[in-house]
Design a protein around this ligand. Structure first.
Ligand code: F6P
Length: 344
């Protein structure tokens, strides 16, 4: 069968299906990625474009987030344009943190550009800052849906954000490697991980990587307790110590200096940095991003606005974006305590 025939059949099926439970109220939607990139964003982009196409809706890709919205950096995305990207990290749409869109003037310009191009709805993939922009557009009467895409996992109303699982796996891989050299040299390693003001990456990676102490902003820490654990381990014949520090928990150089002074052990610091944001997404992130992307289209074309798609107990859910932004994210105390008990 030729590709042409396959495409005609697919279009026919899409037309039939769209008459079912998901009748589109719009013909043209747009999509952007904003804030820090996260592995799995491409899988979400692919899902949005293909799900929209399935319902006969055209997708416009906006480059460089809200900055591209203001600059009118628009292009049509076909199902072929999103081939071969499900396995790629980063975002083919590129991303930015737009200061201009925080201002009312930038928001009005963005809205005018959407209207000018006959775009009827927008999907925003990003984190907290991006959702504030999405909420602004929705309050100006423009239908907008959010998909949580950030390695930090710091959004309420969803168990996971796109990219978090891949990042945790990247960090665990790094811990495994650092542990090898830490053991050989009988050293203490203090490893800084990302997460902005949240400790989710540190906590998950610390538990999975068998870290001795996990320092996160949500819990605070006492350096004497950290040092006490290291010394007890050392006296029991432990050859290395791994301390995971979330970037929001404190100055990693200062922490390592104190540990060195108080233990007289050989201490090294590794700041993992942006390596945590790259790489091929895990199957978990790809599957979740695909489900979230499809749901976002469904919500948008059936007339919903200002909703964030999320996942809770493996079910796709959606919440009001302003409600999401008003809620605190809490770390799981059971996991925190467990990590402490097991790191002996
Ligand atoms: O929000 C994702 C994140 O990677 C944070 O963990 C980190 O604090 C921040 O972005 C770094 O941002 P940038 O790449 O702009 O330096």
């Amino acid at each position: 069968m030729s590709w042409k025939v396959v495409e005609i059949l697919a279009a026919k099926t899409a037309k039939m299906m769209s008459k079912g439970d998901c009748r589109p109220t719009m013909r043209k939607i747009a999509l952007l990625t904003s804030g820090g990139d996260a592995p799995g964003m491409n899988a979400a982009i692919r899902a949005v474009v293909r799900k929209a196409n399935f319902h006969g809706v055209e997708t416009i890709g906006i480059s460089r987030g809200f900055a591209g919205l203001i600059d009118e950096d628009f292009r049509v995305l076909t199902t072929r344009d999103v081939s071969d990207i499900i396995q790629r990290g980063g975002t083919i749409l590129r991303t930015a943190r737009s200061l201009q869109f925080i201002e009312e003037e930038g928001q009005k310009k963005g809205l005018a550009n959407l209207n000018k191009h006959g775009i009827e709805g927008l999907i925003v993939i990003g984190g907290n800052g991006s959702f504030r922009g999405a909420s602004r557009l929705a309050s100006m009467g423009f239908p907008t849906i959010g998909i949580p895409g950030t390695i930090d996992n710091d959004l309420a109303c969803t168990d996971y954000t796109i990219g978090f699982d891949t990042t945790v796996n990247t960090v665990v891989d790094a811990i495994n490697k650092i542990r090898d050299t830490a053991t050989s040299h009988e050293r203490v390693f203090v490893i800084e991980v990302m997460g902005r003001e949240a400790g989710f990456i540190a906590l998950s990676a610390g538990l999975a990587g068998g870290a001795e102490s996990i320092l996160i902003p949500e819990m605070g820490f006492d350096i004497e307790v950290v040092v006490g654990k290291i010394v007890r381990g050392h006296n029991r014949g432990k050859l290395h110590s791994i301390i995971i520090v979330a970037e929001g928990a404190g100055d990693v150089m200062e922490i390592s200096r104190e540990i060195r002074e108080l233990t007289q052990l050989d201490v090294r610091v590794t700041i993992l940095g942006h390596i945590q944001r790259g790489g091929s997404p895990t199957a978990f992130d790809r599957i979740m991003a695909s489900r979230m992307g499809a749901k976002a289209v469904e919500l948008l074309i059936t007339g919903k606005s200002n909703r964030m798609v999320g996942i809770q107990s493996n079910k796709i859910v959606h919440y009001d974006i302003d409600y999401v932004l008003s809620q605190e994210t809490n770390i799981d105390l059971e996991i925190y305590d467990l990590a402490g008990i097991l790191a002996r």
